[in-house]
Design a protein around this ligand. Structure first.
Ligand code: PRP
Length: 208
């Protein structure tokens, strides 16, 4: 069996992902999302876990720096990398949505300004509808954009809906469902087939 490198997304689903790995018998004795350490080995010596920013997980996996990745569908859709998406881990379930002020007039020049952490997702969504947009890439607190007049609407993920509500915005359109996925490097899928398939099968038992 080959040792596999697994890129795990930092952030709100990291703890649940580690719990899922523990549940199927993959233990990282010294893992803590509070520590500054970025590399961890499982007790059986089969998995090297690297703890990386969620947006970077698809890049690590596409380049083969990691054989496997655990990351949200939001980042997978935005990154548009050449990887295999294998399992829905059913963690961090939320949804992409267009949000803004209800009943707002369409913009005068007919080009909608959309602020988002996910400009590629926003572009693709509005392109399919034939609506011309300009995107403004933000890295957080996206809900501010319509409030302060930076954009007409936002495309963002909505989980509880609290951030939208507490900032006086409304969901104008529901988009794709988002959850945490297991992704695999295409070459590793073949060259490390035995180890990769063993990992996939093990992880799958935790989902049943
Ligand atoms: C995400 C997302 C929304 C919020 C949705 O932001 O971009 O702002 O969570 O969650 P809710 O529907 O449960 O309120 P995050 O917390 O990652 O912070 P950010 O604004 O810094 O990106």
């Amino acid at each position: 069996m080959n040792m596999l490198t697994l890129a795990l997304a930092k952030g709100r689903t990291a703890d649940d992902s580690i719990k899922l790995l523990e549940k199927v018998g993959i233990h990282f004795d010294d893992f803590s999302d509070q520590s500054r350490k970025l590399v961890f080995y499982d007790a059986a010596g089969l998995i090297k876990l690297i703890f990386v920013k969620a947006v970077d997980v698809p890049t690590y996996v596409e380049n083969g720096a990691a054989d496997l990745g655990i990351v949200g569908k939001d980042n997978i859709m935005e990154a548009r990398k050449d990887i295999y998406e294998i399992l829905d881990l059913q963690l961090g379930q939320c949804q992409f949505a267009v949000a803004g002020f209800n009943g707002e007039e369409p913009p005068k020049n007919n080009v909608l300004t959309v602020a988002s952490k996910y400009p590629a997702v926003a572009k693709s969504h509005f392109q399919k509808k034939g609506v011309p947009i300009e995107t403004i890439k933000l890295n957080g607190s996206v809900e501010l954009a319509p409030i302060i007049g930076l954009a007409d609407v936002i495309v963002d993920i909505v989980e509880s809906g609290n951030t939208i509500r507490e900032n006086g915005l409304t969901i104008l359109e529901e988009m794709d469902a988002v959850s945490t996925r297991l992704i695999v490097n295409k070459a590793s899928f073949t060259t490390k087939s035995e180890s990769v398939h063993a990992f996939i099968n093990t992880l799958q038992t935790g989902l049943e």
